[in-house]
Design a binder for this molecule. Structure first.
Ligand SMILES: *Cc1c(COP(=O)(O)O)cnc(C)c1O
Length: 419
């Protein structure tokens, strides 16, 4: 925690102690949740600043309150840096998070009841791409595409035939659990053919796109939404980029369409994170994430594990537990007791229930931020595979505790940024 700790510890020892324990947990566990990362001390400092006290409904130069002397330049800097980072015509830095950003994109471009298309949740898509329990599946008529059964890749022929048959107003391309590159140009061609808007949701891969380790959707998509807290390594928040022609509609959809005052402290932290991502070292980071994911995939395959699609092109892998006969939930829980944090995840055509699916999602963004390199991947694979073996054996607490010690020992060489 940072400089104001003594005040927090005096004012609220209970919360202080819990945050301290969370710090220690983040330091001592192998964090493989694909949507998480470690932000820098600078990002944490901006997040914990006086800007949390400020209301700023509207946009720089057009606000509804006084006292904008400093929040206006902060938001303008955030916007300019986001545009530079992604090479986009327009940026809106106000979305509270990824889900509201997606809702704002829909509000800007569609009418309720319009047909939208997205990757189905069980195939690696996100709730907000039209899944039935999401507002996006309730207010819009959602058509969902999937992946092929044989190679687990998005089936562009299926996307095209569904688009031709359903004539969607908007097509989402993006994922939360898909280990392969996205064909933005292919999606754009289909969207053009059927007269749909193309919306790319790069929540998971924004850092890879910013760092040149994944193709960019910016030349292809009408609108690009993202979170700022996953591979992009900023504060929790959302960001929308768009072509100039959609700028006014996007801004109007975010405010006053969907949100009230922006979170100015988060805006400042986004600006800090964008500046960090503009440094050459961030390119190295993005490429290292992908190299680490490939290295880990190879090492896990060598240990006899199965991976959805046989490997990865991005920051994540989906380990298929089917050959082990185990459910994902049990294995994820045992791994957590062993000091390895990840989540159970559905795999394509999963025979098990969503609450206890057949896969484990493994992301490399957080441990790469700690400086773990490609040549460490066999050791990381051993930590994971040995813990899965403990789960299969239903190992007792003592053996899990011993494994947790091994994880802590491994991580000692890699200080956690920000903590
Ligand atoms: C994480 C994620 C979101 C939602 O982000 P929140 O900040 O959790 O609302 C949206 N889309 C995709 C593809 C994601 O992975």
């Amino acid at each position: 925690m940072h400089a104001r700790d003594p005040e927090l510890s005096a004012a609220d020892p209970e919360i202080f102690a819990l945050i301290e324990q969370e710090d220690a947990r983040q330091r001592d566990s192998l964090r493989l949740i694909a949507s998480e990362n470690y932000v820098s001390k600078a990002v944490l400092a901006a997040t914990g600043s006086s800007l949390t006290n400020k209301y700023a409904e509207g946009y720089p130069g057009k606000r509804y309150y006084e006292g904008m002397d400093f929040v206006d330049p902060i938001e303008s800097l955030a916007v300019a840096r986001a545009r530079e980072l992604f090479g986009a015509d327009h940026a809106n830095v106000q979305p509270y998070s990824g889900s509201p950003a997606n809702l704002a994109a829909l509000l800007a471009l569609c009418q309720t009841g319009d047909t939208i298309m997205g990757l189905a949740l069980p195939a690696g898509g996100h709730l907000t791409h039209g899944w039935k329990v999401s507002a996006t599946g309730i207010y819009y008529k959602a058509v969902q595409y999937g992946v092929r059964r044989d190679d687990h890749r998005i089936d562009m022929d299926e996307v095209r035939s569904l688009a031709l048959a359903n004539r969607p107003k908007l097509i989402w391309v993006g994922h939360s659990a898909y280990p392969r590159q996205l064909d933005f140009a292919g999606f754009a061609a289909i969207a053009r053919e059927v007269g749909a808007y193309l919306a790319a949701d790069i929540a998971h891969i924004a850092g890879l796109v910013a760092g040149g380790a994944h193709p960019s959707p910016v030349p292809h998509a009408d609108v690009i939404t993202t979170t700022t807290h996953k591979t992009l390594r900023g504060p929790r928040g959302g960001l929308i980029l768009s072509k100039a022609e959609h700028a006014a509609a996007i801004d109007k959809a975010v405010f006053p369409g969907l949100q009230g005052g922006p979170h100015c402290h988060t805006t400042a932290a986004k600006a800090v994170a964008f500046r960090e991502a503009l440094q050459p070292s961030f390119r190295d980071y993005a490429h290292q994430i992908v190299a680490n994911a490939r290295g880990l995939a190879e090492a896990l395959l060598a240990r006899g594990h199965a991976l959805v699609s046989g490997g990865t092109d991005n920051h994540l892998l989906l380990l298929d537990l089917t050959p082990t006969g185990q459910g994902g939930r049990h294995v994820a829980r045992v791994l957590n007791r062993c000091g390895i944090e990840l989540n159970a995840n559905a795999i394509p055509f999963d025979p098990r229930k969503p609450f206890d699916p057949s896969g484990l999602r493994i992301g490399l963004a957080a441990i790469t931020s700690r400086g773990v390199q490609t040549h460490h991947m066999p050791a990381v694979a051993d930590l994971i595979a040995d813990a899965i073996a403990l789960a299969i054996e239903n190992a007792d607490d003592a053996r899990c505790e011993a494994h947790r010690g091994r994880v802590r020992e491994f991580l000692r060489a890699f200080p956690a940024p920000g903590l």
